[in-house]
Design a protein around this ligand. Sequence first.
Ligand SMILES: NC(=O)c1ccc[n+]([C@@H]2O[C@H](COP(=O)([O-])OP(=O)(O)OC[C@H]3O[C@@H](n4cnc5c(N)ncnc54)[C@H](O)[C@@H]3O)[C@@H](O)[C@H]2O)c1
Length: 368
Amino acid sequence: MSKVRIGILGSRFQADCIAGAVKAMAEEAEVVAVASPTRAHATAFATRHGIPLAYTDHRELLRDPDVELIWIAVPNRLHAQITIDAAQAGKHVVCEKPLCLTIEEADAMIDACRRAGVLLLYGEELFFAPKYVKAKQLADEGAFGRVHLVKQGEKHSGPHSEWFWDVEQSGGGAVMDLGCHGIAFCWWFLGKPAIKSVYSQMATQVHQERTQGEDEAVTIIEFANGAIGMVESSWNRPGGMDDSIEVFGDKGQTYADLLMGNALPTYSEVGFGYAVEKAATTRGWTYPVFEEQWNYGFPQATRHFARCVRGKETPISDGETGRVVQEVLYAAYASAGLGRKVMLPFRPTGIAKPIDLWKAPERAKAVV
Ligand SMILES: NC(=O)c1ccc[n+]([C@@H]2O[C@H](COP(=O)([O-])OP(=O)(O)OC[C@H]3O[C@@H](n4cnc5c(N)ncnc54)[C@H](O)[C@@H]3O)[C@@H](O)[C@H]2O)c1
């Protein structure tokens, strides 16, 4: 299989992660260009990862005939327009989570890619995280009997870039940022069943000065097969990133902790370079991770997406996946605003961003 030629949009946190993931799958894909608005950032990124071309405007990159697939690692509010531009330029797309801000955008992205005959892939790496894949294999084999409860939590001390805290750019707080992973995870783990209802309790517990967004939330998803998904999202947990699951059935259960559970319990009086994402210190007792990207599933997702482009695999995380998550995000914010569970389908129109349904629940009342 010839290498899939990727153009990355963005040059910071997630862009670095993707460039690393592509390098780990060098026989499947290569990054041939990057675009990021600040020239110095774009060129520094290109130098850092050995990428031949650096652009400052994503439209320049889209005109590059060498690029087959665009990987969008830019703030959420830009995902939809860039995806549509990429589709019109005939490029396949991987869009980072969350897919976009609104259901209308999700529909337009899916439609643009379908019309252009290009793939719209959704960057949900938890579908590829080896520990979580193993848990799903056990569940599918029947190890836990009928699974009735799946929990996923993603928690850290808060995002690294200002735009996440600005709900106009992000669309919401911790649920938009981290809960989208858990929503996708529970749905995928249970075999992508229909979703019956969503309940969410949200609050801004700590960061009221910094954001309008929720920094703490518990979201409960009721599936049509009777199983429950429980998603915990927090921007208030110092000590480094925590990503973990619990799975319960009538014949058994399993627990998986992606980071601390794969780390080396370590004590150092002087500290060292890096322990885990968003850990503030490496002194005292810490939990340095190894193979961090591999444990998350980023290289494996990259390999899958590259093979999808070559027609060798069928996407397991695509625009429709992102759209399912988007509808649950809407329902979660509406539920937090209304103080009760919201039944699906739930597709209010004309909402600018999901968090508006929490802050102005009368918008949701018109539909439920
Ligand atoms: N899958 C995951 O686990 C994961 C992890 C982190 C971030 N993300 C997602 O990735 C996206 C980017 O997040 P991040 O953490 O890298 O943010 P970041 O702030 O670290 O980087 C954003 C980058 O986008 C660039 N940018 C802004 N406008 C642009 C444009 N028009 N064209 C090209 N580049 C542009 C910025 O210059 C910057 O380089 C977000 O949607 C985020 O939710 C996903």
